[in-house]
Design a protein around this ligand. Structure first.
Ligand code: NAD
Length: 499
């Protein structure tokens, strides 16, 4: 059986406590790997290594081009090892092979993008303030220091890259804690980093649980920034704990994204787009289109088409290319989703399709839930307000565009949203009124490393990707360079020092 150690200060080491945990394949419950369980002490060791790499090591002071080349090497190695990483991601996370291939490809592409950002000169003059003979004013962008990165289980390798890429590109040292449910590909990334030969301590990867390893990272006074992706509930705890030394915090949290279909939409496109929006990775996506708003006129026909296509989706072994939907990540997640389905029924919504665990004995060991569509949903119901994180769609009928927008915005979340229409101006006008960090028109799930991604309201704080995403990992320093040159020309000194 594969076993993984912690990666601290460029060494693979056991946990101080010698404790390990098993990572389980959610399709067949087989053990994928035995993994060293990072403790508070281990996290503190990793933080100390990152601290000295940042304070004393070459990394933050290295020429940008050299940093860029090392980051690019990660991208190249992910590509070289893509087949193996895809297979591991499928086994460890229950991702279908079709999705995992995309994830690994995108991880390499994202890292390549960050390697290019690493080479950028970010210093900029402050227009309107600098004047020859008076002063020159510049903004320098400097690394923050030691970054603690905490990630969830739904896109294990991709999330690791989303954190490491910009943190490294900006010149920080990092301690990454993968999810306890899916640590394997992050530990392969550790091997890649080791092979490439990064300076010691710049990247540390410590698998472990939230309550000890995660908390320790957030509470450590030697960590300067926490970059967290996960649930809103844990995001709130992270933010509270980070006050210990007033760490910078970025949070990428949950969502309950609204999908609005207008009567003039291309229905073939909108039906498939809606299914893609909700069922991609079994609905375990932060920006999944979980609430579908349909005009009364379109409702029955559209739902009929969704139901018919949902029945044809193939649940199965995620390693088979024929599988459309795999298992959920864990028994706990399966129970949670089934619990939400019960609540939907109790509160008066109607199950149009799905609603239980599949009966196929070939799926009995996996944590499956049937793709499920609820109709007759009121936007106030629990299934329309809380993040289910499973293949469950809530259909909500609307009479007017205004009421659709009002209901779409009536949520604590604001991560994604979408509008389907052939009328571009109408779709744009709705898109502008939706309170969400990403709005797709006639599309879903397309997130680009070149565009900022993140949430309004309780979906998060800050943005990933693009230059905005890189700047989240920097401090800005105002540099004022005097050009007046003489005491005579500085009357403001007179407020304190008489001439
Ligand atoms: P989670 O919040 O339970 O855990 C996320 C990470 O936080 C894990 O590594 C976990 O070990 C750690 N953690 C748990 N308790 C902690 C604590 N007290 N202190 C520090 N760390 C702690 O989330 P999850 O179940 O792993 O992932 C699903 C959630 O992630 C969903 O809510 C989803 O919307 C969200 N998510 C958001 C985005 C985004 O970009 N906005 C992307 C993917 C997933």
């Amino acid at each position: 059986m594969t076993s993984y150690h912690l990666y601290i200060d460029d060494e693979f080491v056991e946990s101080v406590s010698k404790r390990t945990f098993e990572s389980i394949n959610p399709f067949n419950r087989e053990v994928v790997a035995s993994v060293a369980r990072g403790s508070v002490e281990d996290v503190n060791r990793a933080v100390a290594a990152a601290r000295s790499a940042f304070d004393e090591g070459p990394w933050p002071r290295m020429p940008r081009e050299e940093r860029s080349a090392l980051i690019k090497a990660i991208s190249d190695k992910i590509n070289e090892r893509s087949k193996e990483l895809v297979a591991l991601e499928v086994a460890d996370s229950g991702s279908t092979i079709r999705k995992a291939k995309e994830d690994v490809y995108l991880s390499a592409r994202n890292m390549n993008y960050f390697s290019k950002l690493a080479a950028l000169e970010l210093t900029e003059p402050i227009e309107g303030l600098s004047k020859q003979g008076f002063s020159q004013n510049l903004i320098l962008r400097e690394p923050i220091g030691v970054v603690g990165a905490i990630i969830p289980w739904n896109f294990p390798l991709k999330m690791a890259v989303w954190k490491l890429g910009p943190a490294l590109a900006a010149g920080n040292a990092v301690v990454l804690k993968p999810s306890e449910l899916t640590p394997c590909t992050a530990m392969e990334l550790a091997k890649i980093v080791h092979e490439i030969g990064f300076p010691k301590g710049v990247i540390n990867i410590v698998p472990g649980f939230g309550e000890d390893a995660g908390e320790a990272l957030v509470r450590s006074p030697m960590v300067d920034k926490i970059s967290f992706t996960g649930s809103t509930a844990v995001g709130k705890k992270v933010m509270a704990s980070a006050t210990v030394n007033l760490k910078k915090v970025t949070l990428e949290c949950g969502g309950k994204s609204a999908n609005i279909v207008l009567e003039d939409a291309d229905l073939d496109l909108a039906v498939d787009g809606t299914l893609y929006a909700i069922y991609y990775h079994q609905g375990q996506c932060c920006e999944a289109g979980t609430r579908l708003f349909l005009p009364d006129k379109l409702h029955d026909d559209f739902v009929g088409r969704l139901v018919e296509k949902t029945k044809r989706l193939n649940l199965g072994d995620p390693s088979s290319p024929a599988t459309d939907l795999g298992p959920l990540i864990s028994k706990r997640q399966q129970d949670r989703v089934l619990d939400y389905i019960s609540k939907g029924k109790e509160q008066g919504a109607t199950v149009a399709v799905g609603g239980s665990v599949p009966i196929d004995p070939a799926l009995a060991d996996g944590f499956f839930v049937e793709p499920t569509i609820f109709t007759a949903v009121d936007n106030k119901m629990t299934i329309a307000q809380e993040e289910i994180f499973g293949p469950v769609l809530s259909v909500i009928a609307f009479e007017t565009e205004e009421s659709a927008v009002a209901m779409a915005n009536d949520t604590i979340y604001g991560l994604g949203a979408g509008v389907w229409s052939r009328d571009k101006d109408r779709a744009l006008s709705i898109a502008r009124r939706l309170r969400a960090g990403t709005v797709w028109i006639n599309e879903w799930h397309l997130i680009s490393e070149k565009a900022p991604f993140g949430g309004y309201k309780q979906s998060g704080i800050g943005r990933e990707f693009g230059i905005d995403g890189l700047k989240e990992y920097t401090e800005s320093k105002h540099l004022h360079i005097d050009e007046l040159g003489s005491r005579e020309k500085k009357p403001w000194y007179d407020t304190v020092v008489p001439r």
